[in-house]
Design a protein around this ligand. Sequence first.
Ligand code: OSB
Ligand code: MG
Length: 364
Amino acid sequence: MMKIEQINLYNLSIPFIHPFRFSNGELLSHTCLIVAVKSEGITGWGECPTFEQPYYTYETITTAIHILKDFLIPKLLGKNINSPTEIRELLGFVRGHNMAKSALDCAVWDVFAKQKNIPLSQLLGGVRDKVKVGVSVSLEKDIELLLARVGHYVYEGYQRIKLKISPQWGIKPLQAVREKYPDLMLMADANSAFTLDDLPLFQEMDKLNLVMIEQPLAYDDLLDHSYLQSSIKTPICLDESINSVHDTRLAIELKSAQVINLKISRVGGITNALEIHDLCQQAGIKLWCGGMLESGIGRATNLHIASLPNFVLPADISATNRYFEEDITNTPAQLNCADSTIDVPKNIGIGVEVVEEMIFKYQI
Ligand code: OSB
Ligand code: MG
């Protein structure tokens, strides 16, 4: 039982070490919203990792501030909550805006874990203390630069590499990396840049022994993905197309994918993520935890959910130094290079302490 006494909202912009390019745009810094939910001396933290532009989902920093300030936060202030699972219901009067909702949902889950004096992973039913991870490699100006970047990450110990792909480059980057690393766990993420007309390209990709092809077709499609999955043997993974439990049920029924990249923020919070997790486990759909280039707060939350049993493929959760010069928490995430894992934080709640000076340093 908790009373939501106060909610603080911060807008941060943390510069990336390298710009992050994908089929839809380029990001120079991680602009995000951080929420702090306060209850009886405990502070819970959550991150809304939407971009400034509607290039991934329709949400932007500006819409998220609007929805949080004018609708979601007023609904929660002063409320008594018996279980963190009540947040989804309470915020259900707003349609969509999953990333705005997710920040509050995660912060309340953090408060409950801290009240119970246990790590969030334990509250969620996690079964492992470290998580297999890989790295998502941004589009580069040419193949040589891409190979250098991939070489750097492989040298650091990442055992799974995800390449962003685009119509401009086609299959060439994948072929180049596959040629140099015949046994690497390699996968592609198209961020919806292709259509079914590109079937011949995907049939070529099918020969490269990829772990999966992520979101090849439209961001709101499930049907064409089903056709594509029936035409190639490489597993298709859905990212942008899965925003709810309902989307997940449709994808299972339509056989649109064999794998889902589950992001807490994209599905509107932990309660939805848990339900999707269980649904996929029953249906034989494999999961892995995706990333939104989060700060140390969102990344910590992701590590906890990725400790659940059906997260069976390497996560897009990389070490802090893959993104930023420094972490806004006291515990930068580090790669265990021997087995390409990152430890799930062991302390209570999200298990990392937010450094207040860092919040002010990066606040805009
Ligand atoms: O499509 O998975 C994606 C980052 C921002 C938006 C969308 C995606 C990504 C990534 C990066 O691939 C994953 C990460 O390292 O956080
Ligand atoms: Mg993706």
